[in-house]
Design a protein around this ligand. Structure first.
Ligand code: BDR
Ligand code: CA
Length: 336
């Protein structure tokens, strides 16, 4: 089994990433870092605990991350993920408590205890990982692999014309992380799932219905833009019920931006790649983060031709098979 540290800002698609890992027999989550991003860190931690209890995996440690990005005030996006981060769903209040150690402390402790073994998966802003790197500069060498959902390269941003959300929330942290890997050997370079690839992973109502069917959940409801927005799912399986309410909000959000009645599965795709890099075709690049541009601050720039004279510090995912990804996600979460 592959051992994972999950750093998330749960979040609708983060929720699916978490459930994907919990449903994967080849994965063992060693700890969860709750990162401020889509919603405040304290709400993220509550969401993580609630999903763990619903999935009957309550023993996994959930730590709380920094309340604010490194140098700027926190910006959250309830418009995208709903008032509590899980769309229209109202998850049952968790009974278990958040860990006493901080998220950054957990990163450092875990990588020191399991050198060369752990896969780090970041599906939110990189604040906690940057804080952990300040304390343990050897972290890039102590990890087996790092997978990041973040950035936009030859693709418009989803937050500003050039910014992807996770990088936008804490650009200083993102720069610290990419800089920390500047001397990493090729097999330790972070795998980066940017919008260029994650916006090709389009979940549609038909996927949700297939997932419910696979989970044996009845009745299978209609999911369409004509549904009353806050209608509660009637699915019999509680996880499917909450997921449907969460994802329906995410569909409505994308629909509101004229993207179609669909939702981009940024974070579960990154989770799938973390467990199975063969799902992704990659290209090495030197990635840096713009911190000063008046129009472009928070943009991720990739040098693929060595023009900066700096070695690659990332492998950017440039191709995948979305059908294969959805088949796998539906099978895993549906059978769990
Ligand atoms: C990223 O932003 C968040 O809103 C999503 O959860 C995803 O991690 C996509 O830009
Ligand atoms: Ca996220």
């Amino acid at each position: 089994r592959q051992r994972i540290i999950l750093d998330v800002d749960t979040g609708v698609d983060d929720s699916l990433a978490l459930l994907y890992l919990l449903a994967s027999p080849d994965a063992e989550i060693m700890g969860i870092a709750s990162t401020a991003g889509n919603v405040p860190a304290a709400q993220v931690a509550i969401n993580n605990l609630a999903w763990l209890e619903l999935a009957r995996a309550p023993e996994i440690e959930v730590t709380l991350g920094a309340a604010e990005p490194l140098e700027i005030p926190l910006r959250t996006t309830e418009d995208t993920h709903g008032p509590h981060g899980v769309g229209y769903a109202e998850l049952p209040a968790p009974t278990r408590r958040i860990s006493d150690r901080s998220a950054a402390r957990m990163w450092v402790d875990l990588v020191r205890r399991h050198p060369g073994e752990l896969i780090g998966l970041c599906t939110g802003p990189l604040t906690n990982l940057a804080l952990a790197l300040r304390e343990e500069p050897e972290l890039p060498r102590l990890l087996r692999r790092l997978v990041i959902m973040g950035g936009a390269f030859d693709h418009p941003g989803n937050t500003t014309p050039t910014n992807e959300w996770n990088i936008h929330v804490d650009p200083e942290a993102a720069k610290i992380v990419f800089d920390a890997f500047s001397a990493a050997p090729p097999d330790r370079r972070p795998l980066v799932c940017a919008l260029d690839i994650t916006e090709t992973i389009e979940m549609r109502p038909a996927h949700l219905i297939r997932l419910a069917e696979r989970a044996g959940s009845h009745p299978i409801e209609k999911v369409s833009p004509t549904d009353p927005p806050a209608a509660r799912s009637a699915a019999s399986n509680p996880i499917i019920r909450y997921l449907t309410d969460a994802v329906r909000f995410y569909f409505d959000f994308h629909h509101g931006y004229d993207l179609g009645y669909l939702a981009h599965m940024h974070d579960p795709f990154a989770a799938a790649v973390a467990l199975d890099p063969a799902l992704a075709r990659t290209r090495p690049a030197t990635v840096d983060v713009e911190l000063t541009g008046t129009l472009t601050r928070g943009a991720t720039i990739a040098d693929r031709a060595g023009m900066w004279g700096r070695p690659p510090n990332a492998d950017i995912v440039v191709g995948t098979d979305p059908v294969r990804f959805f088949d796998r996600m539906i099978a895993r979460i549906g059978d769990h």
